[in-house]
Design a binder for this molecule. Sequence first.
Ligand code: NAD
Length: 415
Amino acid sequence: MKVSVPKEQAPGERRVALVPEAVQRLAGSGVDVIVERGAGEEAGQTDAAYEEAGATLGEGLTGEVVAKVAPPSPEEIAQLAQGSVLIGFLNPLGAGDTVRALADRGVTSFAMEAIPRITRAQSMDALSSQATVAGYRAALIAAQELPRSFPMLTTAAGTVRPAKVLVLGAGVAGLQAIATTRRLGAVVQAFDVRSAVKEQIESLGARFVELDMGLEDAEDAGGYARALTEEEQDRQRELLAEVIGQVDAVISTAAVPGRRAPLLVTEQAVENMKPGSVVVDLAAETGGNCALTEPGQTVVRNGVRIVGPLGLASTMPDHASSLYARNVTALLELMVKEGNLVLDFEDDVIAGACITHDGEIVHEGAKKNSIAPARAEPGPSAEGIAPARAEPGPSAEGIAPARAEPGPSRKAPPG
Ligand code: NAD
């Protein structure tokens, strides 16, 4: 089996799908890797390092299997061989045109967003690996933007108090943001509508914010948050506005599968904040958790900085690529038998992640999306797929089908 790795072309995309370490591991399974010159440059991987690991330098898009990070452009799709296999973030719920073009081209495509979040596929969970990076970077942005110190400083000139941070949404990215802000010495509190995360938040040394919302629990059968009713949302925003007014920095990461990011930080809440405070809105890519967020920009309102970063995982391309490469390698290992490409569609992971095959769109959610006109924002139409989320990368729209094994498959919190 031959896997080729192109240099990513999407603006701002600095990651690469396979790193030399992955090339070496795949060689053990009889997989030959062809890498386009300069493909790993921005992620700190030289052509020489790839060659040393056993890769050949050559065409990136013409292989039997092509491993990518960002969704392919029309020009890239035109270069893929008919009948070839493409693996990468494909944005199957948002990019109907891309999915249709892949089907028309006769490409068998697998979306990293669509890999079922089951225990067996944890090593392939690129949404989680990239969300971990995004959560970490968001914490650093908050520390950098804040005109105050995160840790308490005791100096000859006196003592400064530690910063107070509120993390909204304690999924993969949120837990990493909590762990990182804690390590930097901030006093951290966090809120999530799923009460199951209380223990995880506390185990990281943060306080779980209890809001008197009259809500039992908002976790659905798959372990994800359900969408709140209008009334519940209003109550949540009202109660949160008070808490937000007391902190120096808010890092918001809340997402609901198949929907626009919930609005949690209102204009009023921002007005409650002290000048110099910061909101880092990781949900900027999917509509934002803050009413004032402008994707990719920093807005200043009453001295409060509202940062809406995009493609955060790409801002740490070395480790983001290493983790992503391990995810891709684990998926590739499911596809190779005695050195040959064998796609077993009886396998839940292969079947669940497949978007196009034999000239057809085979993924239900992607099929629906490809019929409906392209949406500016992810809507509630997602089927068997979690939606756009704060991360990963410029491809943004995350997807994760209903998890077959919710409870025991949960990941331990980072940190
Ligand atoms: P996500 O990106 O879909 O959402 C981020 C967080 O926002 C979630 O914790 C969600 O509960 C929260 N949220 C939604 N609406 C909110 C609101 N109105 N107010 C406050 N918070 C709100 O989530 P994710 O990071 O992909 O993870 C979701 C769950 O899946 C977690 O339980 C995680 O541990 C689990 N998970 C399991 C696996 C696995 O089993 N393989 C892998 C990854 C994640």
